[in-house]
Design a protein around this ligand. Structure first.
Ligand code: AHR
Length: 495
């Protein structure tokens, strides 16, 4: 039997809605075909941005969107993407397929997209191949209200008011595609670039330093030691990138054709996020004991082999029920680390890696991962209720992983939400939810599951995996007994 104990009195930290953020790069068909079809497209759009995509992302209350990369960010020069479309220079997207980037989607289009979505923009600046002045002027162009060469340029390009963008990344993967830097060299550069990314008006920027890849704990230590000190912190967030890759880098595995073993290995690797956050978090605690600096997991998700027949540089993959379980495991981990994790961004929103939306011409498919985001939106900005979880083990290789994971929160209307996963590919799991200090009048819920591990939504069958209401939760005194079918995600609302 599995056990999850929740005590209302222990609610302290808020789960930032920004944990449910997204990432969109100039990569494959994420921006072009995904968000952007251009104003002359027959596909319904508002100033070139797809209406169906905006509606779908608003439904899951997308809180922020990271752009323009990824590796692309460190070769992107923002001035190429402003002004009349016909004057914008073309470039080669060397990282991603060597295709021509015509810069038709630039700063104004991205910020229009965020306004249509009602979400916060998160812009990643170019440190690898850009100058301090370039980044400084980008912030000025976007955020300054007064008169300056940059604001005059912005006005000439049709935008009178500043946008007031808060979230700024100072480089991406500076240890790799963003400049191949050592942590020492990057940290010194971070300090320099960050100084000139100015605060304008009353708002102050939330500056995110490039953090580690996976378990590079030395990177975290060096960057934290050089940016946090007695005289205050020079950063607001430190990024972490970790992808769930079931196989080797050269043969990552198929997104939709996999065995039970591969399912379990994928789950084990998804659970690894917990260890990464705990260990990087412990190093951050040494330099920032008050936990003011957020761990910003601004790239996470599954990474499989591309769909057969597609451009290997476009990273296009399908997304099955397995991806939804991976997402739900991550959400539970992020919720449970709400004191340190202030933001996270799945890679990537549309048509790339673990997408929530796939497009093909005018058609759109919502993936199982989309539905996981939908189920977890109840936790946005709610107060985390710590969970004590005891789980049955599921054997993987020579070890085992927990069958269930859980997280819980209470919102401003006093509604308690509990999210549970059962990664067991064959067996249902019974969970005893022990609720302390929580009146138990009713319980309702939603479930995401399907008959087969590999089930996914396609353009021919877009609703194969969808949300259903969940009724297998029984109240008895202060306990709710929940029967989780194999390979399922459940979110309960307890009133
Ligand atoms: O998301 C794809 C790529 O993965 C990003 O561009 C890069 O930051 C990471 O290596």
């Amino acid at each position: 039997m599995n056990r999850v104990a929740i005590n209302r009195e222990q609610g302290r930290a808020r789960i930032s809605r920004h944990i449910y953020g997204h990432f969109s790069e100039h990569l494959g068909r994420c921006i072009y075909d995904g968000f952007w079809v251009g104003p002359d497209s027959p596909i319904p759009n508002t100033r070139g941005i797809r209406n169906d995509v905006v509606a779908a992302l608003k439904h899951i209350r997308i809180p922020n969107l990271r752009w323009p990369g990824g590796c692309f960010a460190d070769e992107y020069h923002w001035k190429d993407g402003i002004g009349p479309q016909e004057d914008r220079p073309k470039m080669i997207n060397t990282h991603w397929g060597g295709v021509t980037e015509d810069n038709s989607f630039g700063t104004h289009e991205f910020l229009d997209l965020c306004e249509q979505l009602g979400c916060d923009p998160y812009i990643c600046g170019n440190v690898g191949s850009g100058t301090v002045q370039e980044l400084s002027q980008w912030v000025e162009y976007i955020n300054l209200e007064g008169t300056s060469p940059m604001t005059e340029l912005r006005k000439k390009n049709g935008r009178a008011d500043p946008w007031d963008v808060k979230f700024w990344g100072i480089g991406n993967e500076s240890w790799g595609c963003g400049g191949n830097m050592t942590p020492e060299f990057y940290a010194d550069n971070y300090r320099r670039y960050a100084v000139y990314a100015r605060n304008y008006g009353n708002s102050s920027l939330y500056k995110i330093a490039c953090g580690p890849s996976n378990d590079d704990y030395n990177w975290t230590r060096v960057v934290m030691s050089k940016t946090c000190g007695e005289r205050g912190n020079l950063l607001n967030g430190l990024s972490l990138h970790y992808y769930t890759v079931p196989g080797e880098w050269a043969h990552k595995g198929s997104a939709t054709e996999f065995t039970e073993d591969e399912w379990l290995i994928t789950m084990r690797k998804a659970y690894h996020m917990d260890e990464l956050i705990s260990k990087h978090g412990a190093i951050m605690d040494e330099f920032d004991p008050a936990r003011k600096v957020g761990l910003v997991v601004d790239e996470w998700g599954t990474w499989f082999d591309v769909e057969p027949g597609t451009n290997p540089g476009f990273l296009y993959q399908q997304s099955s029920l397995r991806d939804a379980l991976v997402a739900a495991i991550h959400f539970n981990i992020f919720n449970n680390h709400a004191e340190r994790v202030q933001m996270a961004n799945i890679a990537q929103t549309i048509n790339v890696l673990q997408s929530v939306i796939l497009t093909e011409g005018r058609n759109i498919v919502l993936t199982p991962t989309y539905h996981a985001f939908d189920m977890f939106k109840v936790h946005h900005d709610a107060v985390k209720l710590p969970v004590f979880t005891e789980s049955e083990p599921v054997a993987v290789g020579f070890g085992s992983i927990p069958a269930i994971s859980a997280s819980a929160s209470i919102d401003d209307e006093d509604r308690v939400h509990v999210s549970l996963t059962n990664i067991d590919p064959v067996k249902e799991q019974k969970v005893n939810l022990e609720l302390r200090g929580i009146p138990l009048k009713s319980v309702s819920g939603q479930i995401l599951s399907s008959a087969n591990m590999q089930d996914h939504n396609s353009f021919d069958n877009p609703e194969k995996v969808k949300l259903r209401s969940f009724t297998d939760a029984v109240i008895s005194h202060s306990t709710v007994t929940v029967t989780l079918p194999s390979k399922s995600v459940v979110t309960l609302e307890i009133l």
